[in-house]
Design a protein around this ligand. Structure first.
Ligand SMILES: [Zn+2]
Ligand SMILES: [Zn+2]
Length: 378
């Protein structure tokens, strides 16, 4: 399914970051003054510095001046970052899809912090806000069109990919992540975030330098295992918020535009299976069938067999079937693209899918810390 021009024309204006952001949704606040400028500077640094490093690494690659060690450092650090974000920040912290020891939790949170996608409270609060308001006006990074025509469509994709980070509206931690604020060990990893970002750059540089015993090896380690890795892994991760809410298959009606995109799923260790995830956010596996690409889910299943993780939550076949039947009972939406239905909140509607969407929009909890923990919820 693609975005339909009729639905584009029917959209309400997007909530551009402004003073009104404070009022448009529960749990959303608006940055101002030095705090806003500091966050914008941090976002620009995370966007531009790794991009410059990627450019230099690409130049070395095209000139045939990179070694097997450089590529190995890139692959290893990419894997550590993606595992840390996917398994640590997302499935463990944001959705509590499994439990593990303090030691493995620490490894996952350090690796996730090395992504430079923000400290863990920021990450989790933003992500839970995404689930609560998914593809609605208060979603922090929906690719909903922002204007008419192809340009408006592209602007929506840009906003969902990276533009949202430069805006001023933010999820309140006390609203979306109150449970994590009570965990002292999590606060330690949150506060020491800059240290882990630097470790993610210094570690491959140190390995490269020590293995080759020269400064050029350290420089190439920094470029390939540090900056180019950060650039490509983050671009892949941000495709989950942009491409996977626009392009792909939708086996479940989730009341939003989430889609299963296999290409993105392969490079994000399973995160690209967004439609499955929005249908069953508390599941440790995003792949509901063995053939759906979900490397993080496969890895967690293996860790479970080894006893490294436990209480792995996933819907059983009956729950999946019930969900399909529930959606089927709502009936078709004759003549109305599903995407259009998502944005009809607040309007009169006459079909089942619209009623489903509106019910969900009305169910924003007082305390959204539990967002997405229910196996069958959003
Ligand atoms: Zn999503
Ligand atoms: Zn999620």
């Amino acid at each position: 399914m693609t975005w339909d021009s009729r639905s584009t024309a029917a959209l309400p204006p997007p909530p551009h970051a402004s003073a009104s952001a404070q009022a448009f949704a529960a749990g959303v606040t608006c940055l101002a003054g030095p705090a806003r400028r500091l966050e914008q500077l941090a976002a620009l640094t995370v966007l531009l510095l790794p991009a410059a490093g990627f450019g230099l690494a690409l130049q070395l690659l095209l000139q045939g001046r990179c070694t097997a060690l450089d590529l190995a450092l890139f692959g290893l650090m990419y894997t550590l970052q993606m595992a840390g974000i996917t398994m640590g920040f997302h499935r463990l912290l944001a959705h509590k899809a499994f439990r593990t020891s303090a030691a493995l939790e620490a490894v996952l949170l350090v690796c996730g912090s090395m992504a430079a996608q923000g400290p863990l409270l920021f990450w989790v609060a933003t992500h839970r806000r995404h689930h609560v308001y998914s593809d609605g006006p208060a979603d922090p990074h929906s690719p909903r069109p922002r204007g008419s025509g192809a340009l408006g469509s592209l602007r929506g994709l840009w906003h969902a990919h990276v533009g949202w980070m430069l805006g001023s509206d933010r999820a309140r931690w006390s609203f979306f992540a109150a449970d994590l604020l009570r965990e002292r060990r999590l606060l330690f990893f949150h506060r020491s975030y800059p240290l882990w970002v630097l470790l993610g750059l210094g570690l491959p540089a140190a390995v490269g330098g020590l293995a080759t015993a020269d400064w050029d090896g350290a420089w190439r380690g920094l470029l390939f295992g540090g900056l180019a890795r950060m650039f490509l892994a983050n671009q892949a991760a941000w495709c989950v918020g942009s491409l996977c809410h626009r392009f792909g298959r939708r086996p479940f009606e989730t009341g939003d535009c989430s889609a299963n995109n296999w290409l993105v799923a392969l490079i994000t260790f399973g995160e690209g299976l967004q439609n499955n995830h929005h249908a069953f956010p508390g599941s440790f596996r995003h792949g509901l069938h063995w053939w759906e690409p979900d490397p993080a889910g496969w890895l967690l299943a293996a860790f479970g067999a080894l006893g490294w993780v436990w209480d792995l939550r996933r819907p059983d076949a009956a729950a999946i079937e019930r969900r399909r039947r529930h959606i089927a009972n709502l009936g078709p939406a004759p003549g109305a693209p599903r995407v259009q239905a998502v944005f009809r909140h607040g309007r009169r509607s006459s079909n089942g899918r619209d009623r489903l969407v509106e019910r969900r929009r009305a169910q924003v909890p007082e305390d959204a810390s539990a967002a997405g923990r229910e196996p069958g919820g959003r």
